[in-house]
Ligand binder design. Structure first.
Ligand code: ADP
Ligand code: ASP
Ligand code: MG
Length: 407
């Protein structure tokens, strides 16, 4: 008997039948004698629909007003779920982020949780109520509503689990757990019984949206017992933990795809010290995050530098560099957002030099051109044309897992 935090994503609460299903899972847990705190996302595509509605009114709406709008989606699902639980005869209360004491910084649209003042949640639990909290949101020091970034309800759930010292944090979604690749894209992707925090963090950061990357970071930091499972199938899910049983033979735990990438290439830079510093300090000062960087070998006193940023930052990065053309000295900027990043992740690859080559071979065999490469101890990422991205995930996955299956 302990405290369990259960989070249900948008597809798990998409309509009234699904809300009733979620209410059943919650009340069954409660009736087994657990204290239950629930975090919900907005129903189905509500958040996307709200964004579209805002764009009709003002495509340049302030981030503060966007947060005011987007936070409403989670209030609807929480109230409806509380009503379904009332009907099943259990005591329940739904709370907004601010009622639950979620204090964030003031970065509207991508706020970070600073602390949770959990008195209200604890008081409700003491009264034996099931507590339902809106995911994805909190309030800042001005008492304004903030949101945590797309997919942020996972982070709300893990943060609550950490503060309440929950015995378990269950992330319920529309697939059976974490797979070796997106199961919607790769038919024979395999469900992992366990994955390490580090590998999951890389996969989430590299595009596997099954968990919000900040939720994994937080679970690792506070050692939250974390599990990803389906709200529909009743099958055992994936445990995310410090040490996990690896897939010895492949050294690769997963393949991920990220389409939220844009590439900028500065052509004809002077080949002299300080150029990279000028470019990247300018971008950093303007809060533009740079991912992969590639510098060509100098030729006849000039060189090129290409790098990637998030799609949303492409135009502001280009404008910023154009404004500083005189100071930086370059011939031209080429930009493209018709690209995607495909990555393999695995703690085992650091000791196995052939892993990257195996990935490149799979891409070569499929005739897929690689534009950029970046590696770390635990991952290899390549940049490919957006049109090739799905195929790239499939061929890379089958190169690592097809051979294993065939053994
Ligand atoms: P929720 O609404 O429950 O938060 P998300 O859509 O955010 O759900 O995340 C679940 C989706 O993540 C799945 O439907 C699946 O298509 C996708 N996904 C991407 N990569 C993976 C992976 N490696 N394992 C499992 N699911 C993945
Ligand atoms: N509703 C928010 C979104 O769609 C948060 C979440 O689902 O986690 O991004
Ligand atoms: Mg999600």
């Amino acid at each position: 008997m302990g405290l369990i935090v259960q989070k249900f994503g948008g597809s798990s609460v998409a309509d009234s039948d699904k809300i009733r299903n979620v209410a059943r899972i919650i009340t069954e847990t409660y009736r087994r004698g657990h204290k239950v705190v629930v975090v919900l996302s907005a129903q189905g595509d509500t958040t996307d629909d709200l964004i579209a509605k805002a764009n009709e009114i003002n495509p340049k709406a302030s981030k503060r007003e966007m947060d005011m709008l987007l936070s409403t989606g989670e209030q609807i699902s929480c109230a409806l779920c509380a009503m379904a639980i009332e009907r099943l005869g259990c005591p329940v209360v739904s709370l907004t982020g601010w009622q639950a004491g979620m204090k964030t910084n003031s970065v509207y649209g991508n706020a970070a949780i600073k602390r949770i003042d959990a008195e209200r949640v604890l008081a409700e639990l003491d009264k034996n109520a099931i507590v339902i909290v809106t995911g994805f949101q909190g309030i800042n020091k001005y008492d304004d509503i903030t949101t945590l970034g797309r997919g942020g309800s996972d982070t709300s759930a893990v943060a609550l689990a950490a503060v309440l010292k929950a015995d378990l944090c269950q992330i319920y979604t529309d697939v059976d757990g974490v797979y070796t690749a997106d199961p919607r894209l790769v038919k024979d992707a395999r469900k992992l019984d366990e994955i390490t925090f580090d590998e999951m963090l890389e996969l989430a950061t590299l595009g596997a949206q099954v968990l919000h990357n900040r939720s994994v970071e937080m679970a690792k930091r506070y050692n939250v017992k974390l599990e990803v499972l389906s709200s529909f199938s009743g099958q055992p899910g994936t445990k995310v933990k410090e040490v996990a049983k690896g897939m010895e033979k492949t050294h690769v735990s997963g393949v991920a795809k990220d389409k939220n990438v844009a590439r900028l290439a500065l052509v004809g830079l002077e080949d002299e010290p300080g150029i990279a510093f000028k470019i990247f300090s300018l971008l950093a000062k303007n809060n533009i995050n740079v991912d992969i960087i590639l510098q060509s070998i100098g030729r006849e006193d000039s060189k090129d530098i290409s790098f990637t940023v998030a799609k949303d930052d492409m135009e502001s990065a280009r404008a910023l560099l154009e404004e500083n053309r005189e100071a930086i000295h370059f011939d031209r900027i080429d930009v493209s957002d018709n690209i995607a990043k495909v990555s393999i992740v695995g703690a085992g690859m650091v000791h196995n030099p052939g892993v990257a080559a195996t990935m490149f071979e799979a891409l070569f065999n499929a005739g897929i051109n690689i534009h950029m490469i970046s590696t770390s101890e635990i991952k290899v990422s390549v940049l490919v044309d957006a049109a090739d991205a799905d195929k790239a995930v499939q061929v890379v996955h089958s190169k690592f897992y097809g051979e294993i299956n065939g053994q």
